[in-house]
Ligand binder design. Structure first.
Ligand code: AMP
Ligand code: MG
Length: 418
């Protein structure tokens, strides 16, 4: 078949990310399932979650102490008579009279006429009397009924990724099962005649396949279901077979074979499959040869199946997955789109580089709060897997900078966000 090659299309990082986000916004998950709370951890909610009652359902004591009327303890020290006790879960709530106090535990329901809790630390008790050493203001240490949420308030939107706080919220409204979106199936195809699988002994000039496994790990962390294909040789017939198989998944990630080399055949074979390329490179390092496109699929070719051609150098593969693959997997999971979230840290040692590319350089961040400091990991370029394993983050260098001085605050992306 005659293949018409589309001209190369190299975008800035921002443009490329925008293109991916635009396509991602058209994608929907392919199904839903009902899961128990623990199985739903990390999944994306497919239904809204509502408050089944007011939160808190009663005026809740936020401290161990004494329920009082604040007016009685404006002048201190004040002596009050202790007339009862309320523990958490207590159903019978005694009345509170003037110049009286009721001993109350955190989580107990405050009496109707109490408007504050005096912390036990500010009282001294002798028999049935307490002396209060500190005044309290109205509402102090009491969370009023419905202050956190009112019955039928929407607490979680569909599209929310379920982490521990969301799981706790679902539990608190009595939802032991949650409707979540199905995980997208993400096919992984590593290419290269030099690449052998992990259980084989590589020849002197061969290397083991690590990209399939780093990608599988990243797909799992992003909420996808990895589908691992056999390694594709740099030979068009078998490559085409495996690409076709990979395109049956919801998304196909190809690693390697997208650079300018004579045996980088991925784009050529994808063109034969009527691929449309949205970009064929981005001005980033590592990962410049990143390719994003789609092929027609489904009935009468009305749908599109997306693929990424990720450069095969292992750190390029990792970084381009994090920057471009991840948002597409999120979209296929039905998650509300998220921007990349950066930290800032003070650079320990100056960086000298060249202008033109946005760089994502493996680095180690240490210290905390305003002492956060970061320094680059020495690396031998984007093939250096050991440097990626030593790093806990990537420092971002903007394309207009040739030099960044020690002491400057620089943007940092945590490795875990990739
Ligand atoms: P490519 O993008 O195919 O030109 O590959 C770039 C570099 O990445 C080459 O040095 C490859 O040997 C290496 N590489 C390609 N695929 C893999 C893989 N699956 N695992 C580890 N390294 C790879
Ligand atoms: Mg290759």
């Amino acid at each position: 078949m005659a293949v018409s090659f589309q001209p190369s299309r190299i975008l800035t990082f921002e443009e490329a990310r925008h293109v991916v986000e635009e396509h991602a916004s058209q994608l929907r998950p392919h199904g839903r399932e009902l899961l128990g709370l623990i199985d739903a951890v990390g999944r994306v909610l497919a239904e809204p979650i509502y408050a089944d009652r007011d939160f808190p359902p009663f005026p809740r004591a936020a401290r161990d102490g004494f329920a009082v009327r604040s007016a009685d303890v404006q002048k201190v020290p004040a002596t009050l008579e202790v007339t009862g006790e309320i523990k958490a879960g207590e159903a019978h709530i005694p009345e509170l009279g003037q110049r009286q106090a009721i001993s109350i535990m955190t989580g107990g329901a405050a009496p109707a006429r109490a408007d504050a809790i005096v912390m036990v630390e500010y009282t001294s008790r002798s028999g049935s009397r307490i002396e209060v050493a500190r005044a309290v203001s109205t509402g102090e240490n009491i969370v009023s009924k419905g202050a956190e949420a009112k019955r039928e308030d929407k607490l979680l939107e569909p599209g929310t990724r379920l982490s521990y706080a969301e799981i706790a919220l679902a539990a608190s409204v009595g939802r032991s099962r949650l409707l979540v979106n199905s995980k997208p199936r993400v096919a992984v195809l590593s290419t290269g005649d030099e690449v052998v699988d992990v259980d084989l002994l590589p020849g002197p000039t061969q290397i083991r396949n690590s990209n399939t496994y780093s990608l599988a790990a990243q797909i799992l962390a992003a909420g996808g279901d990895p589908v691992l294909l056999p390694i594709a040789p740099d030979e068009p017939t078998r490559l085409r077979e495996l690409l076709t198989e990979g395109l049956e998944a919801d998304l196909l990630l190809i690693a390697g074979g997208v650079s300018m080399g004579k045996y980088d055949l991925v784009e050529q074979v994808l063109s034969e499959l009527e691929a449309e390329f949205f970009f064929t490179g981005a001005l980033i390092q590592p990962g410049k040869p990143i390719v994003f496109g789609s092929v027609p699929s489904g009935e009468a070719h009305r749908e599109r199946k997306y693929f990424f051609g990720l450069p095969g150098n292992p750190i390029s593969t990792m970084v381009t997955f994090g920057l471009f693959g991840r948002p597409l997997i999120s979209a296929l999971s039905g998650a509300t789109p998220q921007k990349l979230m950066f930290l800032r840290a003070k650079l320990k040692t100056a960086i000298k580089t060249k202008i033109g590319l946005r760089r994502f350089l493996p680095a180690a961040i240490s210290g905390e709060f305003e002492q956060s400091a970061v320094e680059l990991i020495a690396w031998q370029g984007s093939g250096d897997i050991a440097s990626a394993a030593r790093a806990n983050c990537f420092v971002i260098v903007t394309p207009d900078r040739e030099r960044i001085e020690a002491g400057e605050w620089v943007p940092v992306l945590l490795k875990s966000s990739f």
